[in-house]
Design a protein around this ligand. Sequence first.
Ligand code: ZN
Length: 76
Amino acid sequence: MIDDDLEIPLRCLFCKVPLQAAEDSSFHAGDLIRCLSCGEDSEYESVLEVAKEEAQDNVQRLLDKEMSKLAKKLFK
Ligand SMILES: [Zn+2]
């Protein structure tokens, strides 16, 4: 299923580990998220931006894969 491949973790801008946040915490533009791994603060908006780009790459890859599968079916 496509959904399984689209889960994009928010990553620390410094060491790239997925950021851990408490279940009930929510972030807003301008917030800083403290990385538990390296202790640096990542700006929430930048973290989101990176995650969005990663998601778009993944979607594009999936589409390419599906399209070539479809093309093989159609033009056998
Ligand atoms: Zn980090």
